[in-house]
Design a protein around this ligand. Structure first.
Ligand SMILES: *Cc1c(COP(=O)(O)O)cnc(C)c1O
Length: 401
């Protein structure tokens, strides 16, 4: 079976995990910080906080964003549900905006309009769909105008670049950027997520929230460290002879257990050594697909303008199912009979029963609706060989003629 996406593991990855199992701490050891440094260095952000999933990263991002109960949090209609759910976790209201048919990302004009229509825009969460970066400079201006916090959902976009060539996640346009390391994403840690930022206040708060809001042995005493109020030991109870008591810990805010394990971090560090190799192969696969579908009327590649900047998490085509007289499900079934897996990214947020019950309706999202009916993600991953890809191409072209 050729799936639509798949992680790649080699002996180095296995050895890295086994080494932690044999010699390391299973969780809260040195691998987590090492993984954070590796992502901070790669993206160019000052700080990185590793957490248990991309969803946890989105939740913590919303928690530190200053979004208040009832505020709007604006995100794209064509994304994984987690991009909108995180707003609900903090009592905010997701404001879902239709997409642009050329980029498949949030429509910038509609985003601007949505922000004008509401007085309390708490945060904007643009999603770099399939690894194709949004115009962050533009979105930063909209966020500034509305005093909104800006969180990039870069779950698909590790290794992608903005128009200026800088890596996604350096947070030059946003307050925070979120990544996911689920096995189908850019690198795999099993489950895992990361938040990058250049803001030391947010960074410290995220570290606390990741682990119950508890400070333990890591506070500054009065007169030591940079002495910002939030990291001082609050109670005299913790201090004896001007030193922190050995056993003392202090819960300063309501946090969670969103820690990632050292086992996962070790795997992710090892995976990061291959990220450029992964990206290069994905780029090759994309250009071979682009060539193959160029003259097929019923197959239309998407997001072609961002080919040089995307991390190519997915290869998404639009298929004229009406012309070829097959439903999408029939098309997918015929490919599956040949051992080819495909998927649909995504069922638009407003079509999910949960969001429909909240009053959203796909009828208000004409672009997402029209594109959704034609979308298909076809196989792209590091280990997909030219031969396998040729097999996929010919199977698709045969069906689409
Ligand atoms: C995968 C994904 C998430 C959630 O990441 P997990 O690590 O699976 O929790 C969030 N947003 C988008 C766009 C994703 O694709």
């Amino acid at each position: 079976m050729i799936p639509y996406g798949k992680h790649f593991l080699d002996q180095d990855d296995i050895d890295a995990v086994v080494d932690v199992l044999k010699n390391g701490a299973l969780t809260q050891g040195p691998k987590v910080a090492e993984f954070e440094r590796s992502i901070a260095k790669y993206t160019g952000a000052k700080f990185a906080v590793a957490v248990s999933s991309g969803t946890a990263a989105l939740h913590l991002s919303c928690l530190v964003s200053g979004v208040n109960f009832g505020d709007k949090v604006v995100t794209s209609a064509n994304t994984f549900v987690a991009s909108a759910n995180c707003a609900l976790y903090v009592g905010a209201e997701p404001q879902v905006v239709d997409i642009d048919q050329a980029t498949l990302n949030i429509d910038l004009n509609l985003l601007e309009k949505a922000c004008e229509q509401h007085s309390s825009i708490g945060a904007i969460i643009p999603v770099h769909f399939a690894g194709s970066p949004c115009d962050m400079e533009y979105i930063r201006r909209i966020a500034n105008k509305n005093k909104a916090f800006l969180i990039e959902d870069a779950s698909h976009a590790l290794g992608a670049r903005y128009d200026n060539g800088h890596k996604v996640g350096n947070c030059e346009f946003s307050d925070l950027t979120v990544f996911s390391f689920h096995p189908v994403k850019g690198i795999a840690s099993g489950e895992g997520g990361m938040i990058t930022t250049n803001n030391s206040y947010l960074y410290k708060k995220l570290l606390l929230l990741r682990s119950h809001g508890i400070c333990k042995g890591n506070f500054d005493l009065p007169g030591i460290g940079d002495n910002s109020d939030d990291e001082l030991v609050n109670k005299k109870e913790g201090i004896e002879n001007n030193e922190l008591k050995l056993w003392y810990y202090e819960m300063q805010m309501l946090g969670y257990n969103y820690r990632i394990t050292d086992i996962q971090a070790a795997l992710a560090i090892s995976q990061m050594k291959k990220i450029d190799m992964f990206l290069e192969r994905r780029r090759d696969i994309v250009s071979r697909y682009d060539k193959a579908f160029k003259f097929c009327q019923n197959i239309q590649p998407t997001q072609i303008r961002s080919r040089d900047f995307s991390s190519h998490h997915l290869y998404v085509i639009r298929v004229k199912f009406k012309n070829i007289r097959l439903t999408r499900n029939q098309f997918m079934l015929k490919l599956r009979e040949k051992g080819i897996g495909t998927q649909v990214h995504y069922i638009p947020i407003p079509m999910q029963p949960y969001y429909e019950a909240m009053g959203l309706s796909i009828g208000d999202y004409p672009v997402s609706k029209a594109i959704y009916e034609e979308l298909l993600s076809i196989p792209i991953y590091y280990e997909l060989t030219d031969e396998m890809q040729d097999f996929v191409i010919s199977a698709i072209l045969t069906l689409a003629e």
